[in-house]
Structure formats: structure tokens, C-alpha cells
Design a protein around this ligand. Structure first.
Ligand SMILES: C[C@@]1(CC(=O)O)c2cc3[nH]c(cc4nc(cc5[nH]c(cc(n2)[C@H]1CCC(=O)O)[C@@](C)(CC(=O)O)[C@@H]5CCC(=O)O)C(CC(=O)O)=C4CCC(=O)O)c(CCC(=O)O)c3CC(=O)O
Ligand SMILES: NC(=O)C1=CN([C@@H]2O[C@H](COP(=O)(O)OP(=O)(O)OC[C@H]3O[C@@H](n4cnc5c(N)ncnc54)[C@H](O)[C@@H]3O)[C@@H](O)[C@H]2O)C=CC1
Length: 152
């Protein structure tokens, strides 16, 4: 095993998501459940992303966008850019998640289900993301059933 699951306090932290496609949107939707500030950078950003991000930078990634950032997600569809983001982040000691390269990632994204205050987080140590998603969906029902019995 390589990736330690921890509960990171992101309250008030500045988080940069590079890219605004399907994978970036998935990350942003999760982040919006937490008390952090999310900035998106991408050459073009569609409405849904625009609405949920705290700040949007239209344009290609530049290293200076990492200034004052606490955590970064590299979610472009360009592996060269993603690799550069990882390198730039490491130089600045900022923890980085690289959507297409777990080897370069300081942390990985588990499959999540949030029903406050409970969180289900399933990971396969980056080896079987689809299996993580499927297991999360099964356990989601367990949490829902448990809640029904707690609320009775
Ligand atoms: C390392 C990591 C990246 C990271 O940390 O970001 C990673 C990497 C890769 N994913 C790949 C593929 C797919 N990933 C998904 C979905 C999700 N993947 C997520 C996490 C992670 N994926 C991290 C490890 C998590 C762990 O430890 O288990 C979830 C759980 C959370 C999230 O993305 O936030 C999210 C569910 C979101 C939700 O529904 O809630 C689907 C299905 C779909 O999209 O419906 C497919 C298509 C599969 C198919 O079609 O079979 C591939 C290609 C190779 C392959 O297939 O294995 C790579 C490897 C690579 O690209 O190198
Ligand atoms: N859940 C996961 O972790 C998964 C990860 N992936 C990987 O994640 C990456 C992203 O996938 P999708 O979101 O589906 O791609 P996508 O094509 O939908 O989105 C890519 C985004 O990157 C942006 N982009 C491209 N060059 C950029 C630059 N120089 N600076 C800033 N933004 C830039 C594009 O404008 C676009 O918004 C791919 O590398 C893919 O292989 C794929 C499936 C699941």
C-alpha cells in the first residue's frame, strides 16, 4: 500500500484545479462540500464549472497560478502539462493530485459519498478506480439504510 487515507483540514485553504473537463468537474463538485476556496484554470470553461468555482481563470496553465495555493489537482487531458504541474507543485512543496498519473501524485482521490457528518471514502490504492466507484455505490445504500433506522 502506498497512499495513506487521512482527513485533511481544508478549511480556508486555496485549491487550484487545472482543467475544466469531466474529471475536473468531478473534483470541484466534491470540493464544494468543504470550506475551501476553489480556483479553476482552463482555456475554456463551461457554465456548470463557472457557477460552482469561486474563481475562474480563462487561459492555459502557468506556474505562477500556484502562488499562494495550498493544494492542486492537475486534470488536463495533456499528460505533458499534467507532468509539468506536478513538477512545479513539488518545487513549491504544494501537494498535487495528477488525474492521469498516480505515480506523480502526492495524494489520490477516493470514491466519495457524503451524508454529513458521515463520509464514505473508498480507494484501491490507485489500482482499480472503477471498483472503488462500484464499492462506494454499494456502501452508499448501507449508510442510507442505517440513517433510516437512526431517524426512526
Ligand atoms: C489514481 C486516480 C486518479 C486521482 O486520484 O484523481 C484514478 C486514475 C484512473 N482512473 C481511470 C479510469 C476511470 N476512473 C473512473 C472514475 C473515478 N476515478 C476516481 C479516482 C481515481 N482514478 C484515482 C484512484 C482511486 C482509487 O484508489 O481507486 C474516482 C473514484 C474519484 C475521482 O475521480 O474523483 C472516480 C469515480 C467518481 C464518482 O463517480 O464519484 C472511471 C469510471 C467513470 O468515470 O465512470 C474510469 C473509467 C474506467 C473504465 O471505463 O473501466 C484510469 C484509466 C485506467 C483504468 O481504467 O483503470 C486511471 C489511471 C490513469 O489515468 O492513469
Ligand atoms: N477520475 C479520474 O481520475 C479519471 C482520470 N482520467 C484522466 O483525467 C484527465 C482529464 O480527463 P477529462 O476531464 O475526461 O478530459 P476533458 O478533455 O474532458 O478535459 C480536459 C480539460 O483540460 C483543459 N486543458 C487542456 N490543456 C490545458 C492547459 N494547458 N491548461 C489548462 N487547462 C487545459 C481543457 O480545456 C479541458 O477543460 C485525462 O488525462 C484522463 O486520462 C480519465 C478518467 C477518469
Amino acid at each position: 500500500m502506498k497512499y495513506l487515507p487521512i482527513g485533511l483540514n481544508v478549511s480556508g485553504k486555496k485549491i487550484l484545479v487545472v482543467g475544466a473537463g469531466k474529471v475536473a468537474l468531478q473534483k470541484i463538485k466534491i470540493l464544494k462540500n468543504f470550506d475551501c476556496r476553489v480556483t479553476i484554470v482552463a482555456p475554456s470553461v463551461y457554465n456548470q464549472v463557472q457557477i460552482i468555482a469561486d474563481e475562474v481563470i480563462i487561459g492555459a496553465y502557468q506556474a505562477r497560478f500556484l502562488n499562494n495555493i495550498d493544494l492542486v489537482y492537475a486534470c488536463t487531458n495533456n499528460f505533458v502539462i499534467n507532468k509539468k504541474i506536478a513538477k512545479d507543485a513539488r518545487k513549491r512543496k504544494i501537494l498535487v493530485n495528477v488525474a492521469d498519473n498516480s505515480v506523480l501524485s502526492d495524494f489520490i482521490s477516493p470514491a466519495l459519498y457524503i451524508d454529513e457528518p458521515m463520509i464514505i471514502a473508498i480507494s484501491s490504492d490507485a489500482r482499480a478506480p472503477k471498483a472503488s466507484k462500484n464499492m462506494r455505490d454499494k456502501l452508499k445504500q448501507v449508510l442510507r439504510d442505517d440513517k433510516v433506522s437512526r431517524d426512526k
